[in-house]
Design a protein around this ligand. Structure first.
Ligand code: ADP
Length: 301
C-alpha cells in the first residue's frame, strides 16, 4: 500500500514509529505537511498539490494533525477523502473531537459518564453557574486549551468567581467542572484501535499537581482497567466516530468519567509503558480496512 502521514514533524516519535511500522510491513510511506498542501476544489477530479507535484495513488492517509492547525489540516484530509483515499480517522470526527464542548454534548447524548460540567461564555450569574456544578472546588477550563494549559483548579468559591470573571474579561469560552478529587491527580489513557482498547496506561501528575498530563511533568505506568472503564472508552470512541484515539478517563466516585477523546494520541508514553508495538497495530488496522471510499462521509462532512 501507499500510505500518507499528515504530520508537520517527521522527527516526532509517533510519526517515526508509524513510518517504521508501515515500512516494516512493506508499505510505501510519505510524510506530508498539510500546511504545505494546496488544493484544487473546483474540478470534478479533486487534487492535492505538494511542492509542485500532484499527490496521487495513495491507499490510506494517517492524520496526525496538531490542535493548532485543525482547520487547514482537516480541509486537506477532507480532500484526500473526496479523492477516495481511506482515512484512518475521518475529518468530521477529528473536528468533533477538537471541540471540547461539542465532544461533551455528543458523549452525554450517548449516556457516557462525564464529570458534572457547565459551560459559559459571559455568565451574568457566576454564583448560579457554580451552583449548577455543585459549588467549589471546581475545575475551570479554557475551551481552546491543550496539554493541560488553561486548566485551573479553584478550591474556593471566591477563587472560582474571580477566575471565571477573569476569563470572562478575556471573552474566552469556558467549562466549569466538578473537581474529581478522588482521582488523586491521575487519569487513565485508553488507546483504542478499531473499537478495542489495545493498551491502557495510568498517568500520574507530579507531586502536588492535579493535572496528570505528561507535558506537565506527569509519569506513565501500566494499569489494569475495569470492565466499566473498557466499555466507557469504547463507547466514547464510537460516539466520536474515531477508529484510533486516546480516551482519557478519571476514576470518580460515580464510576469512570471521560475527560477527553484525543484523535491524534501520542505513541511514546504508551509504547514506553506497555512495551507494545502500538504503531504496528495501527498499520494492521489500516491493512484490514483501507479500501477505496470506505469512509462514512467521503469528505461530505
Ligand atoms: P487538556 O485537554 O488541556 O489536557 P484536560 O481537560 O484533559 O485538559 O485536563 C488536564 C488534566 O487535568 C486531566 O488529564 C486531569 O488529570 C486533570 N483534570 C481535568 N479535569 C479534571 C476534573 N474535573 N477533576 C479532576 N481532575 C481533572
Amino acid at each position: 500500500m501507499k500510505i500518507a502521514i499528515l504530520s508537520r514533524g517527521p522527527k516526532l516519535y509517533s510519526t517515526r514509529r508509524l513510518v517504521e511500522a508501515a515500512e516494516a510491513r512493506g508499505h510505501e510511506v510519505r510524510v506530508i505537511d498539510a500546511l504545505r498542501c494546496y488544493m484544487n476544489i473546483n474540478s470534478v477530479h479533486p487534487t492535492i498539490h505538494y511542492k509542485g507535484e500532484v499527490l496521487s495513488g495513495f491507499d490510506a492517509v494517517i492524520p496526525r494533525i496538531g490542535a493548532s492547525v485543525t482547520f487547514y489540516g482537516t480541509a486537506v484530509l477532507r480532500q484526500f477523502e473526496m479523492m477516495g483515499v481511506y482515512p484512518l480517522n475521518e475529518s468530521v470526527s477529528i473536528s468533533r473531537s477538537r471541540d471540547k464542548l461539542r465532544s461533551l454534548q455528543l458523549l452525554s447524548r450517548r449516556g457516557i459518564g462525564l464529570p458534572v460540567t457547565g459551560f459559559a461564555h459571559s455568565p451574568d450569574d457566576v454564583d448560579d453557574l457554580l451552583a449548577t456544578v455543585g459549588g467549589a472546588p471546581v475545575v475551570i477550563k479554557l475551551l481552546e486549551g491543550t496539554q493541560g494549559v488553561g486548566v485551573v483548579l479553584a478550591e474556593t468559591h471566591a477563587a472560582a468567581s474571580s477566575v471565571i470573571q477573569a476569563f470572562n474579561g478575556l471573552k474566552a469560552n469556558i467549562l466549569v467542572q466538578e473537581f474529581i478529587k478522588e482521582a488523586g491527580g491521575a487519569d487513565i489513557r485508553c488507546f483504542i484501535v478499531g473499537g478495542k482498547v489495545i493498551a491502557a496506561i495510568k498517568r500520574q501528575g507530579k507531586e502536588g499537581e492535579f493535572r496528570s498530563n505528561l507535558h506537565q511533568g506527569g509519569s506513565a505506568s501500566l494499569v489494569k482497567i475495569t470492565a466499566a472503564e473498557r466499555a466507557t472508552a469504547i463507547n466514547a470512541a464510537k460516539a466520536m466516530g474515531l477508529n484510533v484515539c486516546g480516551v482519557d478517563l478519571l476514576r470518580s466516585n460515580h464510576g469512570p468519567v471521560v475527560m477527553e477523546v484525543n484523535s491524534s494520541p501520542g505513541l511514546e508514553g504508551i509504547e514506553g509503558a506497555t512495551q507494545k508495538d502500538i504503531a504496528g497495530m495501527v498499520i494492521d488496522f489500516i491493512e484490514k480496512n483501507a479500501k477505496p471510499n470506505n469512509t462514512r462521509t467521503k469528505g461530505k462532512g
